[in-house]
Design a protein around this ligand. Structure first.
Ligand code: F6R
Length: 608
C-alpha cells in the first residue's frame, strides 16, 4: 500500500531517498515524506500530494545528512494531509518511523500510551509505533524495536531511526514486503527491488518478524528472540531499464508492449523437447490422479485470470475448479480436503487477502501452488510450489502484462494436468504447445492494431457507461476488459455473460450505449451474434472483438471490429485481452487521467 525506503552511507541521503521513492510511488501517492539525521537532529520534511510536491519543498530547504528514511503513502488511517504523512516522530522527537501495513490493535496501544502522557498529532496507526518504541527504549534501539513488535498486531514493514544512533537504522517486517540492498560502504532498504536497483543488485530478504540493524558497512539480522540470523544475499540479474519507462509516455503502455516478451519468458523455458516441465513442482502424478477439486483464489485482475483458469482446466483436465475472490474465500468456511489443490494467483505476491486465503487453504489440508510474479514475495515463499510468471517488474497500477503471463502459467498447468491424466493425445497436446508458443507473435499483431483502437477510443472517451459482454471464455475476458476500463478511465462499466444480459441489465441499453462484444469462441459464435443483434436493436453502439476469419460477418452487425489472429478458442483470451487493455489505455489518456496512478488505487493491496 505504501512505499518505504532507507539509506545509510557516505553520500547525501536526500537525493537518493527521493530517487528511490519515485520508483515506489506506484504503491501510494497521496503524500510523502523523509526524515534525515544530521548532527544529532532529525530533519523531517513531509507533505500532502504527489512526490513532486515533496521534492519541490525539499528543493528550497537545506536538508543534509547521510542517513535517512522515506515514505510514499496510500492513506488508510486518516485523510491525506501533511500531518498524517510519514515519517512519524516520537513524543520527545528522538525516534522517526516509516511504516507500510496496518496495525490492528493501534487503538488499544493508543489508549495505553495516552495513559502514560503521550499525545497524538496524527490520525494514523503508525504514530503509535514511534511512541511505543520511545516508551520501550532504554538505550538499545534493537531491543526497543523487538519489544515493540511483540506488542503489535497486524502487518508492517518498518524503517526506524533514532537520534541516539547516528550510525545505524533499523528495519523490520511482518506480512508486508521489505528488502535490504547491500552496497559498498552503504546499505538500503525498500519495499521492492526495482526501487534500489540503480544502486545495488545484492539483496537480502527479511523474513516475518525479523529485525535488521543496518549500518554503513554491515547488516545484522535478528529473529524475534533477538538471536542473530545468517542470511545469504542473492544477486538480481534484471536490467535496470526494466523499471524505467524507456521512452514510453506511461508505464502502462510500456508494459502492454512488453507482453509478447513476458509471455515468451513465461512459456518457452517450460517447454522442453515437446513436453511441459514446470520448474521444480513437487506435485506428484499420484496427487494429480487423486485430485478431486481445484480452488483458484486471487483478487482483481489476478482473479479474472483465475476465471479463465477455471474454464480451461475444467475443459482440458476435467477436474472441477472453483475460482474465487480471496476476500470471500477466506471467511466463508470453505470445504477443502487434502485431495484438493489450491492455486493462488498474485502479481505482487503480497496481496493480504490472497495470502491469508492461501494460509486458510493450507490449514485445511490443501496443497498450494502459487502463480506469482515477484520473486521471493510472501506468497511465493509460503506456497508449497511456485510457478513464477516472468513478466519483470510491473509498475503501472493497472495490471496488464501480469495478466497475460498468469494466463500463460495457467495454460501450462491445465495442459500438464490433462497430459498426466491421459486426456490429451500426442497430436492434440503438441498442437496446443505449438500454438502456445505462437502467442507472443499473435499479441504483437494486436499491438499493431493500436491506431485503429486509438481511433475508436477517441470517438467514445466521453461515454457515461460501457458494457462488456461475452460467453464462456469471452465472458471471463470481458470481466478483465471492464475492470481495466473503469480503473483508469473512471467510466462506469459492467461485464455480463452474453446470455444473462436479457435477464435485467439489457434495460440499461439505450440509444448510443457502447457495448464491447467479444466473439472469439467458435462454439458460441452464433449465440453471441444473437446477443449483438439484441443490443443493436436497442440502439447500442457495438465494438466487436473477433478472429480474422469472422471479421466480415461481424462487420455486418457491429459498428467497429477489432480483429485478432485466428487462434484456437481455448487460447483466445491471452491475445484478445491486449486489445481491451489498449482501448482502456487510450480512453484514459484522452480523458487526461493519470494512467499509471489512477485515483484511490495502489499497486499492492496489503490491507483487507
Ligand atoms: C487491476 C489490478 C488489481 C490487482 C489486484 C491483485 O489492474 O492491478 O486488481 O490485480 O489487486 O493484485 P496481485 O496480483 O498483486 O495480488
Amino acid at each position: 500500500m505504501c512505499g518505504i525506503v532507507g539509506y545509510i552511507g557516505n553520500k547525501e541521503a536526500k537525493p537518493i531517498l527521493i530517487d528511490c521513492l519515485k520508483k515506489l510511488e506506484y504503491r501510494g501517492y497521496d503524500s510523502a515524506g523523509v526524515a534525515i539525521l544530521n548532527n544529532g537532529e532529525i530533519n523531517l520534511v513531509k507533505s500532502k500530494g504527489r512526490l513532486a510536491v515533496l521534492e519541490e519543498k525539499l528543493n528550497h530547504i537545506k536538508v543534509e545528512g547521510t542517513m535517512g528514511i522515506g515514505h510514499t503513502r496510500w492513506a488508510t488511517h486518516g485523510e491525506p494531509s501533511d500531518v498524517n504523512s510519514h515519517p512519524h516522530i516520537s513524543k520527545n522527537g528522538s525516534i522517526a518511523v516509516v511504516h507500510n501495513g496496518i496495525i490492528e490493535n493501534y487503538i488499544q496501544i493508543k489508549e495505553f500510551l495516552a495513559g502514560k502522557g503521550y499525545e497524538f498529532r496524527s490520525e494514523t496507526d503508525t504514530e503509535v509505533i514511534a511512541h511505543l518504541i520511545e516508551h520501550n527504549y532504554d538505550g538499545d534501539l534493537i531491543k526497543a524495536v523487538l519489544k515493540t513488535l511483540n506488542e503489535l498486531e497486524g502487518a508492517y514493514a518498518l524503517g526506524v531511526l533514532s537520534i541516539d544512533n547516528p550510525d545505524m537504522f533499523v528495519a523490520a517486517r511482518k506480512d508486508s514486503p521489505l528488502i535490504v540492498g547491500l552496497g559498498k560502504n552503504e546499505n538500503y532498504i525498500a519495499s521492492d527491488i526495482p526501487a534500489i536497483l540503480k544502486y545495488t543488485r545484492d539483496i537480502l530478504i527479511l523474513e516475518d518478524k525479523e529485525v535488521a540493524c543496518i549500518t554503513r558497512d554491515k547488516v545484522d539480522i535478528y529473529n524475534q528472540l533477538g538471536e542473530k540470523q545468517q542470511r545469504e544475499a542473492f544477486r538480481v540479474d534484471w536490467d535496470v531499464s526494466a523499471a524505467e519507462k524507456g521512452g514510453y509516455e506511461h508505464f502502462m503502455m510500456k508494459e502492454i508492449f512488453e507482453e509478447p516478451s513476458a509471455v515468451k519468458g513465461t512459456i518457452s523455458p517450460r517447454i522442453k523437447g515437446n513436453e511441459i516441465e514446470l520448474d521444480k513442482l513437487t506435485i506428484t502424478d499420484e496427487m494429480i490422479q487423486n485430485c478431486e477439486k481445484i480452488h483458484i483464489i486471487a483478487c482483481g485482475t489476478a482473479y479474472h485470470a483465475g476465471v479463465v483458469g477455471k474454464y480451461i482446466i475444467e475443459k482440458l483436465a476435467r477436474i472441477p475448479v472453483e475460482a474465487e475472490i480471496a476476500s470471500e474465500f477466506r471467511y466463508r468456511d470453505p470445504i477443502i480436503n487434502e485431495n484438493h489443490l489450491t492455486i493462488v494467483i498474485s502479481q505482487s505476491g503480497e496481496t493480504l487477502d490472497t495470502f491469508m486465503a492461501m494460509r486458510e487453504a493450507k490449514k485445511r489440508g490443501s496443497r498450494t501452488l502459487a502463480i506469482v510474479n515477484v520473486v521471493g514475495s510472501s506468497i511465493a515463499r509460503e506456497a508449497d510450489d511456485v510457478l513464477y510468471t516472468w513478466a519483470g517488474p510491473e509498475i503501472a497500477v493497472a495490471s496488464t502484462k501480469a495478466y497475460n503471463t498468469q494466463l500463460s502459467a495457467l495454460y501450462l498447468v491445465a495442459l500438464l494436468l490433462a497430459r498426466k491424466k491421459g486426456l490429451l493425445d500426442d497430436g492434440m497436446y503438441h498442437q496446443y504447445l505449438d500454438q502456445l508458443q505462437q502467442m507472443p507473435d499473435m499479441i504483437d499483431s494486436v499491438l499493431n492494431k493500436r491506431e485503429q483502437i486509438q481511433k475508436f477510443a477517441s470517438q467514445h472517451f466521453n461515454a457515461k457507461s460501457i458494457f462488456y459482454i461475452g460467453r464462456g471464455l469471452d465472458y471471463a475476458l470481458s470481466m478483465e476488459g471492464s475492470l481495466k476500463l473503469k480503473e483508469i478511465s473512471y467510466i462506469h462499466s459492467e461485464a455480463y455473460a452474453g446470455g444473462e444480459l436479457k435477464h435485467g441489465t439489457i434495460a440499461l441499453i439505450e440509444e448510443g450505449t457502447l457495448v464491447v462484444c467479444s466473439l472469439t469462441q467458435d462454439q458460441l459464435f452464433e449465440k453471441m451474434v444473437g446477443n449483438v443483434r439484441e443490443v443493436k436493436a436497442r440502439g447500442a453502439v457495438v465494438l466487436a472483438i473477433t478472429c480474422e476469419k469472422n471479421a466480415s460477418e461481424v462487420a455486418k452487425i457491429a459498428d467497429s471490429v477489432i480483429t485478432i489472429p485466428d487462434v484456437d478458442s481455448v487460447l483466445a483470451p491471452i491475445v484478445a485481452v491486449t486489445s481491451m487493455q489498449l482501448f482502456a489505455y487510450y480512453v484514459a489518456v484522452m480523458k487526461g487521467n493519470d494512467v499509471d496512478k489512477p485515483r484511490n488505487l495502489a499497486k499492492s493491496v496489503t490491507v483487507e
